[in-house]
Design a binder for this molecule. Structure first.
Ligand code: AMP
Length: 508
């Protein structure tokens, strides 16, 4: 098997359909893409031996998908990298993965110029590499790696999750089973980085010969998304929850016509209930949630579009606060610290197994053994199942705050603070405390022009959660620090605001 065969098939059965578009213009049809893939693969094989790694240092660009599929076509392994990395981080990944070649977009080529073999898109060398003779798709075994997914690395050194052709096939098929149907004439817009969820979710759309839309700005721009929705129909896209809220809070997007918007697949970080309800008020039930991680590419649980459209269902608000049900053919359980299965309602580490789980970490047997011990992927996420089988995530285990021996899940506190109409964003972290171990600090961003007092927020918490969970200090910020994938960087918040507390501790 080889994922690249999908494009070749559509070169025959859907040759004239738009395959990759930039802004309002078709860049390649499926027929053209199939031809390009076969010739670019030949060019790449002149530069790399069989099975070697090719890193992608690219912002979202129409050639991203051309390069990705040609790498597979040639029997090579892709190493997509977050375009916003520091050059030392690029160097670490490129060297760790022992890449033979780096393909870069011109805007970030300088950051990877250290590599002896660099191919920059849109240069004469790129065009020469694309213009070879056509080659047939290289046969691959299902267990051969296709994509080394370097974890976003908000802590420690990134590790390369080896995603095989089978992993990506299963993730794509289960998109149709659990998230949404994809039909002829659909499009996926790559407004979020293609090195992450947007690239993974290109695959179920490519398998159906759908159109891949790349915004001209190559980034996430609400006004541009509104424009693209005028030109193209049946548009779906992947967005981190923080991106969804940027859309909802953007007046141009909010006031535009949403008829051509089919589905927003959100995930990659917690979506707070109040935010989801606001988003659905504006856009209707056009949402599906996924929970996954690089190690099980975006495929552990899902909250389908259908469930989003059933507000009269009992416990609907609880269900909307969950990450949904285990994906088709993925076993999901909650384990205690000794890897024993916990009963419904008890909180522990979320583990999963199935054909979507990575083969291991590239050249890191110790981390592979620890993460895949007993045949289960240990996600590092803390959660519990309810009686109906919905999984609710509490937090990353490293984000849980332990104060006076009690676990406090930041998300629970964040949900309460977000109920205040003046609060735009919030992230709750732990700060070291000499007596309690840690104390709760809320980093709050207010809507423009709003003033909200700490006393008001404290009152809100007292009305909704146990006293010991409420923040002992508030830090008001202009914005929360986020990585390129829209994830809030709690590590950075902890570094900046988590030093030994001077805040007094009101009565527990
Ligand atoms: P990454 O491997 O960079 O995609 O990060 C995966 C992590 O993001 C997971 O282990 C979770 O901690 C978090 N995550 C992913 N999806 C969700 C979701 N739907 N809700 C809450 N957290 C999520």
């Amino acid at each position: 098997m080889n994922l690249a065969a999908w494009v070749q098939k559509h070169g025959r059965d859907a040759a004239s359909r738009p395959a990759i578009s930039v802004g309002a213009t078709v860049h390649l049809s499926y027929g053209q893409w199939a031809a390009r893939s076969a010739t670019l693969a030949t060019g790449l094989r002149k530069l790399c031996g069989p099975g070697e790694r090719v890193a992608l240092a690219m912002t979202n660009h129409p050639s991203y998908l051309e390069a990705l599929v040609a790498i597979w076509h040639a029997g090579l392994v892709a190493v997509p990298m977050n375009a916003k990395l520091h050059h030392d981080e690029f160097r670490y990944i490129v060297e760790h993965a022992e890449t033979s070649l780096v393909i870069a977009t011109p805007d970030i080529a300088a950051a990877v110029a250290f590599h002896p073999r660099l191919l920059v898109i849109d240069t004469p060398e790129w065009r020469r590499t694309c213009a070879g003779d056509a080659m047939a798709v290289t046969p691959r075994r299902p267990e051969d790696p296709a994509w080394l997914f370097y974890t976003s690395g908000t802590t420690g050194r990134p590790k390369g999750a080896m995603l095989t052709h089978r992993n990506l096939l299963m993730a794509s098929l289960s998109y149709y089973a659990d998230v949404d149907a994809v039909g002829p004439g659909d499009a996926i817009m790559h407004a979020a980085p293609m090195s992450h969820g947007s690239g993974i979710y290109a695959l179920p759309f490519i398998a159906q010969a759908a159109n891949n839309l790349v915004p001209e700005s190559h980034s996430f721009n609400p006004a541009e998304i509104a424009e693209l929705l005028k030109r193209w129909r049946q548009v779906s896209f992947f967005a981190a929850p923080t991106m969804v809220m940027r859309l909802v809070n953007d007046s141009t997007f909010a006031g535009s016509d949403h008829r051509n918007l089919k589905t927003i697949v959100y995930g990659g970080g917690p979506m707070h209930l109040e935010d989801l309800l606001r988003a659905m008020q504006l856009l209707g039930p056009r949402f599906a949630q996924i929970y996954g991680q690089g190690e099980a590419p975006m495929t552990i649980t899902a909250l389908s579009k259908a469930l989003h459209s059933e507000p009269t269902r009992p416990r609907w608000r609880e269900i909307m606060s969950s990450v949904g049900l285990p994906r088709t053919d993925v076993d999901v359980q909650v384990f205690d610290a000794e890897d024993r299965e916990l009963p419904t309602g008890e909180i522990g580490e979320v583990v999963c197994r199935g054909d979507v789980v990575m083969a291991g970490y590239w050249r890191d047997p110790a981390a592979t053994g620890a993460t895949l011990r007993g045949g289960w992927l240990h996600t590092g996420d803390i959660g519990c199942f309810d009686a109906e089988g919905f999984l609710t995530l509490k937090d990353r285990s490293k984000d849980v705050i332990i104060s006076g021996g009690s676990n406090i899940y930041p998300r629970e506190v964040e949900e309460v603070l977000l109920r205040h109409p003046g609060v735009l964003e919030v992230s709750v972290i732990g700060r070291r405390h000499p007596e309690w171990g840690e104390e709760v600090v809320a980093c709050v961003v207010l809507h423009a022009g709003q003033t909200v007092s700490e006393r008001e927020l404290d009152g809100l918490c007292l009305s909704a959660i146990a006293r010991f969970k409420r923040p002992r200090a508030y830090v008001f910020l202009d914005a929360l620090p986020k990585n390129n994938y829209g994830k809030v960087l709690k590590t950075q918040l902890r570094q900046e605001h988590g030093q030994l507390g001077s805040a007094s501790t009101p009565g527990r």
